[in-house]
Design a protein around this ligand. Structure first.
Ligand code: COA
Length: 342
């Protein structure tokens, strides 16, 4: 283990609770067959997705609030105990104020401050690193990290290349100082490469192309993706960083209990898992039910596996993401707490 993993106070951050929210409305592949020229077979074979959730009313903060409330209930604490709220999202309710402060107000986290973090599909991994370092300094005791995205708000449902891929969800974790130095966040590797800005973006609405009738007519307020280019880089990027974090901690796939990859495409997930020599049983996969929910995918997996009592105290876990930017990274952690519903 590298020496620089434990900071000045020898405090290690650990995830002590997790929760999620998915909207009720299901948009299935057969629903999409009626909207664009696609087929259930193509979508399942090329992406692994069967259905996704759509938030019909409300905004990203509404899903985030429900996820945070679930986290607090599972930990048995009230909102007034939260110190900081970080919301990773590319679909904030508005450009400003921060979605995190909207969440703070709605959950009643009276003493918390907070901010949004924008790193697309790597948003949760980036935010978990930021939040865990707030714990490691000794300054904060309870940091909430949320991954939440209402991707349906920026998806063109007439574009078959994109509308089959994305869904809406929110999931969150609570970070606290670990009671046991062997449990918690052990290591992380984060990367960015600005060349990704030309292949995966939302061009309109920001300071580069402020909204006008023209930007709307040109559909610049929707996601654009050169899927093939992104696919190639994502396969290599996610597999490389997952392998790198194992190697530098002298681990192999045999030492890992769960690999939790960003859920963008089942073929990307399989490529990364194969490189690590992992059996599918060790890989958290729920893309078939939710599609790509951007910042929510990884905590949504953690929450489902934890609440099903499959993710247990002491399990060695690798999280890995790849997304727009490009942004990518991996986190090695030991799971710190068994599930006991409150
Ligand atoms: N239904 C049917 N056909 C479709 C389709 C759909 N929903 N979407 C695309 N196609 C067609 C294309 O038009 C193309 O047809 P053509 O050969 O006649 O032009 C053909 O299928 C192949 O398209 P292609 O884009 O090469 O497919 P692909 O195998 O690369 O899969 C993605 C497309 C988007 C699923 C895949 O590229 C991908 O997952 N990319 C990376 C996503 C990602 O990781 N993003 C980063 C994080 S957000």
């Amino acid at each position: 283990m590298n020496d620089n993993k434990i900071y000045n106070n020898n405090i290690r951050a650990a995830i002590t609770s997790v929760g999620h929210y998915v909207p009720n409305k299901i948009l299935s592949n057969s629903d999409l067959e009626k909207m664009v020229d696609t087929s259930d077979e193509w979508i399942r074979e090329r992406t692994g997705i069967s259905e996704r959730r759509i938030l019909e009313n409300g905004a990203t903060s509404d899903m985030a609030v429900k996820a945070v409330e679930n986290v607090l209930k599972n930990r048995g604490i009230g909102p007034e105990e939260i110190d900081v709220i970080i919301v990773a999202t590319v679909t904030p309710d508005m450009f400003f104020p921060p979605t995190a402060t909207i969440v703070q107000g709605k959950v009643g986290a009276k003493k918390a401050w907070g901010f949004d973090l924008s790193a697309a599909c790597s948003g949760f991994v980036y935010a978990l690193v930021v939040g865990s370092q707030m714990i490691e300094t000794g300054r904060y005791k309870k940091v909430i990290v949320v991954g939440a995205d209402k991707m349906s708000a920026i998806t063109d449902y007439t574009d078959r290349n994109l509308c089959v891929l994305f869904g809406d969800a929110a999931a969150a974790v609570l970070l606290e100082p670990s009671e046991d130095d062997k449990l918690g966040i052990l290591d992380h590797i984060l990367y960015a490469n600005g060349s990704g800005a030309s292949v995966l973006y939302m061009k309109g609405g920001g300071s580069l192309n402020p909204p006008t009738h023209e930007t709307v007519d040109k559909k610049m307020h929707y996601i654009y993706q050169d899927g093939k280019s992104v696919f190639k880089v994502a396969v290599v990027g996610m597999a490389d960083v997952s392998e790198e974090i194992l190697k530098r901690n002298n681990l192999t796939g045999d030492d890992i209990d769960y690999f939790v990859p960003h859920q963008a495409n089942l073929r990307i997930i399989d490529a990364a898992a194969n490189r690590m020599g992992l059996d599918r049983s060790k890989v958290m996969i729920n893309i078939e039910k939710y599609g790509n929910t951007t910042a929510a995918t990884i905590p949504l997996c953690l929450s489902e596996w934890w609440q099903a009592n499959k993710l247990k105290k002491g399990d060695t876990v690798v999280l890995a993401s790849f997304g727009a930017g490009y942004t990518w990274g991996a986190i090695l952690l030991t799971w710190a707490v068994d599930f006991k519903s409150k």
